[in-house]
Write a protein that binds this ligand. Sequence first.
Ligand code: IVH
Length: 701
Amino acid sequence: MTAADRIERLRQEIRRHEELYYVHAQPEIADVEFDALMNELRVLEAEHPELVTPDSPTQRVGGRPAEGFVTVVHAVPMLSLDNSYDEGDLRAFDERVRKGLGGASTPSYVCELKIDGLSISLTYDHGKLVRGATRGDGVRGEDVTFNVRTIRAIPLTLKHGPTGRVEIRGEVYFPRKAFERLNAEREEQEEPLFANPRNAAAGTMRTLDPTQVSKRGLSAWLYQVVRVRDDAGAEAPALRTEAPALRTHAPVREGTDRRDFSPGDMATHTAMLRALKEWGCPVEPHWHEVDGIDDVLAFCETWREKRHSLPFETDGVVVKLNDLALRDRLGTTSKFPRWATAFKYPAQQATTLLKQIEVNIGRTGAATPYAVLEPVQVAGSTISLATLHNPEDLARKDIREGDTVIVEKAGDVIPRVVGPVLAKRPHHSRPWVMPTHCPVCHSRLHKAEDEVVWRCENSSCPARLMRSLDHFVSRGAMNIEGLGEVLIRQLVEKGLVKDAADIYHLTAETLEDLERMGKKSAAKLMGQIERSKANEVWRLLNALGIRHVGERGAQVLADHFGSVEAIEAAPVEELQEVHEVGPVMAASVRSWFDEPRNRRLVERLREAGVRTVGERKSTPRGPQPLAGKSFVITGTLDSMSREDAAARLEALGGKVTGSVSRKTSYLIVGAEPGSKLEKARALGVPTLEEAEFLGLIMGES
Ligand code: IVH
């Protein structure tokens, strides 16, 4: 079998497993086996870069956009939905529908779960994903193709899909687990938490670094086919409502398994959902076709509690008229279709007494207020603490100690205080004021002008020290079992540990003297400490608590540089060149090592016998014939998007930047080039036409 055959075989196999996993929720192989297939494909493609195609499963993470987001205009506006909050609203919706249709028969509706995510528009051309865009204001959204491609639930290629162009809409969302993991990581990094999965999805889609996006674990459910443009490339006429253009005929192209549509193919929403599934798109499986509003109400009732057991967040049910021709008859208002409504469950709230507002000091000194509550049950769990975000938010809501407050489980994860019940406010109450000093070390709190966070800047503040030690010994870092919060507190309070390196100077005798420590547990802990000295280098790197460097970042850095010393010596440009390391992480690493105090800590750890040197492991990469060359792309390329072009250049070792300078090796010129061409000419930077560029990446020159 030739390499090309094997590559094609692997791609088909991988696509099949992706579909089994995301579309049918019936994986046939374990994750490790899947990873092995992906690895084999990666290695083969690295050996044969000329065989890499944009729709290969390895090509989900491409280059990052050089110039931010591009605005796109939706061919058919992305409307929103009218809301219903109770039985009365739903019955009124049904009345309007029946009246609009002449009142005769009982309409058939489709009930779908309302996904708490971000709506997305995907365009496929001849079955290939060519564009992903956000809803934006409904008329204009943003081109987020490079991020959408990283979402593994979204097929890069449709199976037996339509010829010509088709737009598919749906929802990008965070599975509960991925959302929790993301917030846990942010908490660890002392970055503000996302209040709910929807905000997290929206924030992630606006990230300019697809590598970051690919790591976050977003997923998608698709629920609508919007329009089909015929194969000749002519745009379907502007449509009054969404979806009727499905009936456009397109010629069948020979040699493909793509089909045209006949009007009968998709006369209903249920046919649309079935077609989507057949094309390999993820369709949320719990939709239900019902006759009449009573069954709609029953569906909503069924899911009121059951929804909490789903692996993703739903905040309601979307009710849609099934028959597409009837939808056309009802039409839309300027904001939403008359044929659908979104039923929303009430938020999970409760009221309770806010006993006290306290301030927590984190590892980086961030001072965040939190509420100590009279314990109360919300959505099946007891809440006794809740975040209050920042002092400004607190002041705006005028939340005071002694207030009866409404608490809510936002995204069912982090409880938060919504606001006070003013009618129940005690007479003597006073507005809460942020303390001016750290509650632990009593040094003054500071706030940078462009930040909302107040910080304790005393780097030897015991609270900061305790938090950073907690992190140092944690499971994803040095993994020192038996050194918990209580022990750390004692060690810090007794002045026995002033930084992480001191842990390695503890003796069994000192440990035995601590509360709740016997001879046996002291010896055990000493063993754990000793063992941790030989940890892999990435653990130490994570343990140091450098902002923006989590477990994964530490692994990537350790693999690339092989030792803490090499990282310490690396200029920011070199750090940034590491695959998966972005400018923010690079800058943060550099500034951490620029701090003499931090360098001293590393030195003391090394002297204590902690391993700082490991092995360099390079990720499989193909030949890098373009290493050292830098490129700028201008205008539109016929053969691929600018992002894909950038990804191809980067895969071959080239660097792609956003603006032309004397250092630019080549300017790649597509159709309708911008001012960059003039600049390149003025600076004498050589230019490449598209054909020459293709020759370059195919290895012809
Ligand atoms: S249908 C004409 N179906 O809810 C609008 N929307 O509140 C077509 N959403 O913007 C949307 N789950 O982002 C539809 N199963 C579902 C949905 C859903 C979530 C979102 C969508 C929409 C918003 C409106």
